[in-house]
Design a binder for this molecule. Structure first.
Ligand code: ADP
Length: 240
């Protein structure tokens, strides 16, 4: 099983505060993984370490077998959409795609065009004049056209409305099915991602609380609610 992202006791601190601590996880290829945790849990820190924007203060992180801070060449195989989909707002999608194709040798212009056609987003309008959901879609198309082996998305749906959120996640699933890219996307709301993801990493207070395939985690954990207990009690009463 190929491991695309691996960390061992990874840590990053700001002054005396650890933003991420003792983080050990392995993300297998082909997964769509949710990185979930409340605000301040360390999600962006982990993603920034994975794209070499930050250098670890403890432990190691390997992306496709390489330490991204020291081996930036691995980043040609990694797509990253930072929080709030920062795009040059005066650029049209076409201009952004041209820039992408100049910066990335393997850039798939046809894929980028096809994506926006499928969802009827104009390529000739400055992206600053598109809706938040449309902008998120342009950022996704731009990142996917790079044909990355690993795609990292930081809170991609946080600032878009529920309908656009669904459209975005459906688009993501379509692209994953087409390309087989491994995806790690963060959110502070688990409900956003439960339809989409088959792998779960839960961060809380800078530490990993849970990590594994959703099937395995569901098998290992049981959710007992008060209603369950009441129903069982009633069932016992009825059969007595
Ligand atoms: P999340 O993405 O889960 O909301 P972050 O990774 O952004 O969490 O932040 C984790 C912790 O690190 C928080 O306590 C945050 O305040 C702190 N932090 C993040 N970036 C910085 C920074 N540049 N300087 C100081 N503290 C930071």
């Amino acid at each position: 099983m190929e491991i695309v992202l691996e960390t061992e006791q990874l840590g990053k601190r700001y002054g005396r505060t650890w933003a991420l601590r003792d983080c050990s996880l392995r993300l297998p290829a082909g997964r769509v993984a949710a990185l979930v945790g409340p605000n301040g849990a360390g999600k962006s820190t982990l993603l920034h370490l994975a794209v070499g924007l930050l250098r670890p203060d403890a432990g190691v992180i390997r992306v496709l077998g390489q330490a991204p801070y020291d081996n930036t060449s691995v980043l040609s195989q990694v797509g990253f959409v930072a929080q709030d989909t920062p795009l040059y707002r005066d650029f049209t999608a076409d201009e952004l795609f041209t820039m992408g194709s100049r910066l990335n040798r393997r850039f798939d212009l046809a894929l980028a065009h096809r994506r926006l056609e499928q969802i009827a987003i104009p390529r000739d309008k400055p992206v600053g004049r598109l809706s938040g959901g449309q902008r998120a879609q342009v950022a996704l198309a731009l990142a996917m056209a790079k044909r990355p082996r690993l795609l990292l998305l930081d809170e991609p749906v946080a600032s878009i409305d529920p309908l656009a959120r669904r459209e975005f996640l459906d688009a993501l699933m379509g692209i994953v099915a087409e390309t087989g890219t491994t995806v790690l996307l963060s959110s502070h709301i688990l409900a956003d991602l439960e339809r989409t993801c088959d792998y779960l990493i839960v961060l809380d207070a800078s530490e990993v609380r849970l990590s594994g395939s959703v099937d395995t985690l569901i098998g290992e954990h049981r959710h007992v609610t008060v209603e369950d207990l009441v129903l069982r009690h009633l069932a016992k009463g009825a059969s007595a």
